[in-house]
Design a protein around this ligand. Structure first.
Ligand SMILES: Nc1nc2c(ncn2[C@@H]2O[C@H](COP(=O)(O)OP(=O)(O)OP(=O)(O)O)[C@@H](O)[C@H]2O)c(=O)[nH]1
Ligand SMILES: [Mg+2]
Length: 425
C-alpha cells in the first residue's frame, strides 16, 4: 500500500528579537517580546527563542550589530529556523543586510501585524483596507524583487521609455493604491447611509486592546454570536447590534477591531471606515483585560490610538474585564486607583447587570432635551426630527406643534444647525 504523504505546511520556526536602549525598562521590554511571540503564534509560527538585546541605539545596517548577527546565524543553522521577527520597525537596508547574513526571511512587527490582518480579513471592506495598508507599507520598500507585481496586477501600465523596472513597479503600486482608495470611499458612503438610519438611538462603542474581551462582552450583552478567540485580532470588522437598557429603552452597541502598540499608521488610516462607528458613538466603553500584567500600558496605547484617530473627548467608561481571574485584593486596588471603573467578567457573566445600569445612567447624562415650535406649514421636517432624537412630549395647538425632543450630544449639533429657527430657548 502506498504511504500517504502529509500535505500540511510545517509551521515556521521563528526567533523573536527586541532591541532596547541600555538602562531602559527591562520588564516592559520583555513584555513586548512576549506580545511579539503571541503575534507570531497567531500567524501560525512557532517561536523557538526570544532574544533581548540592550544597545545604546540600534545599529544602522543590521539593527543588532555584527557579533549578535553571527550568534543568531549559528542558532538559525542549528535549530532550522525559517523566520526572524523584530519588535521594532526595520529599514529596507537593515532587512536586506540581515537576510543576506542570516539566509532566512526577516520581518518586523508592522509586517507581522499586516500579515495577520491579511489572513483574518473576511469582508470586502476589510480586505480592501488591509491591501491598501500593505501596499503603502511596501511602497518605500520596493526593490527589484517586486517585479512580479506587474504580473499580479494584470498588466496595468507598461514599462515607459527610459524608466527603470522599479519605477514601473512603484507606479503600478501607486495606481493600485488609488483604485483601493476609491473603492473605500464607495464603501464609506454605503456605511454612512446605514448609520443615518440609526441616528435617533444612543450609540455605545466597545473599544480596547486586542484580546481584552470586547467581542465576548458584545455577545454577553446582545447575544450576537461574534467570533471570540484567544488570539490577537480575532475581530477585524464592525458588528452593530441593538442593546436593551434596564429601563426598556434601546440603544446601539458596536464591536470592532482591537488596538495594539505600534499599530502601523497605514493600517490605522485605512481602517477609518471600520472605525467610523466608534467615531460616531455617543459613549465609549473601554474594555481592559485587568488580568494582563501590562494593562496600564495597554490603556495608554488605546488612548493614544483614539487620539490618532481624532476620537477625543467622548464620555468614556473604563470596564475592567476578566475580573474572575484576579484576586479580591487586586480588585480593591483597581477600584481605588480608578474610582469610576466597572469590574466585570464577560465570560462568567459577573456584574453585567451593573454595567448595563451604568450605561443607562451615562446615556441619560449624555442626552439633552430641546424644545421646538413648529408651524403646521413646516410639518415636512418631522420625519427628520424623529430620526435624530426621541420625542418626549408633543403638544398640538392653533399655530402648530410644540415638541420636546431628547437628543444625544452628536445629534444636538445637527438639530441646532438644521432647525435653528424652530428652537425655543
Ligand atoms: N477569564 C476570562 N476570559 C475572558 C473573559 N472575557 C473574554 N475572555 C477570553 O479572552 C479571549 C479574547 O476574547 P475576545 O472577546 O475575542 O477579545 P477581543 O477583545 O474581542 O479581541 P480581538 O477581537 O482579537 O481584538 C478569549 O479567549 C475569551 O474567552 C472573562 O471575563 N474572563
Ligand atoms: Mg473581538
Amino acid at each position: 500500500m502506498k504511504e500517504l504523504k502529509s500535505t500540511a505546511i510545517p509551521p515556521e520556526r521563528a526567533i523573536a528579537i527586541a532591541v532596547s536602549p541600555k538602562g531602559g525598562d527591562r520588564e516592559m521590554a520583555l513584555d513586548h517580546l512576549n506580545e511579539l511571540e503571541f503575534l507570531a503564534e497567531t500567524c501560525g509560527a512557532e517561536v523557538i527563542a526570544k532574544i533581548f538585546q540592550e544597545r545604546a541605539k540600534p545599529d544602522g545596517s543590521t539593527a543588532i550589530g555584527k557579533g549578535k548577527v553571527q550568534e543568531i546565524k549559528e542558532m538559525v543553522d542549528e535549530e532550522s529556523v525559517t523566520l526572524i521577527i523584530f519588535d521594532d520597525d526595520l529599514t529596507p537596508v537593515q532587512v536586506r543586510n540581515l537576510e543576506k547574513a542570516l539566509e532566512v526571511k526577516v520581518i518586523d512587527r508592522s509586517g507581522l501585524i499586516l500579515d495577520i490582518f491579511a489572513s483574518r480579513a473576511q469582508t470586502a471592506e476589510a480586505k480592501t483596507q488591509v491591501e491598501l495598508a500593505q501596499l503603502q507599507y511596501l511602497l518605500p520598500r520596493l526593490t527589484r524583487m517586486w517585479t512580479h507585481l506587474s504580473k499580479q496586477f494584470g498588466g496595468i501600465g507598461t514599462k515607459g521609455p527610459g524608466e527603470t523596472q522599479i519605477e514601473t513597479d512603484r507606479r503600478l503600486v501607486r495606481d493600485r493604491i488609488d483604485l483601493l482608495k476609491d473603492k473605500l470611499l464607495h464603501i464609506d458612503t454605503q456605511r454612512f447611509q446605514q448609520r443615518k438610519g440609526r441616528q435617533g438611538m444612543i450609540k455605545f462603542a466597545l473599544v480596547g486592546y486586542t484580546n481584552a474581551g470586547k467581542s465576548t462582552l458584545m455577545n454577553a450583552l446582545t447575544d450576537s454570536g461574534v467570533y471570540v478567540q484567544n488570539q490577537l485580532f480575532a475581530t477585524l470588522d464592525t458588528t452593530v447590534r441593538s442593546l436593551e437598557l434596564p429601563n426598556g429603552k434601546k440603544g446601539i452597541l458596536s464591536d470592532t477591531v482591537g488596538f495594539i502598540r505600534k499599530l502601523p499608521t497605514h493600517l490605522i488610516a485605512s481602517f477609518r471606515s471600520t472605525l467610523a462607528e466608534t467615531s460616531d458613538a455617543d459613549v465609549l466603553v473601554h474594555v481592559v483585560d485587568c488580568s494582563h500584567q501590562a494593562f496600564r500600558e495597554q490603556i495608554a496605547v488605546v488612548d493614544e490610538t483614539l487620539n490618532a484617530l481624532d476620537i477625543q473627548g467622548k464620555p468614556t467608561l473604563l470596564v475592567f474585564n476578566k475580573c474572575d481571574v484576579i484576586s479580591e485584593d487586586e480588585k480593591h486596588q483597581l477600584e481605588i486607583e480608578f474610582p469610576n471603573c466597572m469590574l466585570v467578567s464577560a465570560s462568567q457573566n459577573l456584574n453585567l447587570d451593573k454595567l448595563l445600569l451604568k450605561l443607562q445612567q451615562m446615556s441619560e447624562k449624555s442626552l439633552t432635551t430641546l424644545q421646538l415650535e413648529i408651524p403646521y406649514s413646516q410639518m415636512q421636517i418631522l420625519p427628520k426630527l424623529y430620526e435624530l432624537g426621541e420625542i418626549i412630549s408633543r403638544l398640538e395647538h392653533d399655530e402648530g406643534l410644540t415638541l420636546e425632543i431628547a437628543v444625544s450630544d452628536t445629534n444636538k449639533e445637527r438639530v441646532i444647525s438644521y432647525f435653528k429657527q424652530y428652537l425655543i430657548d
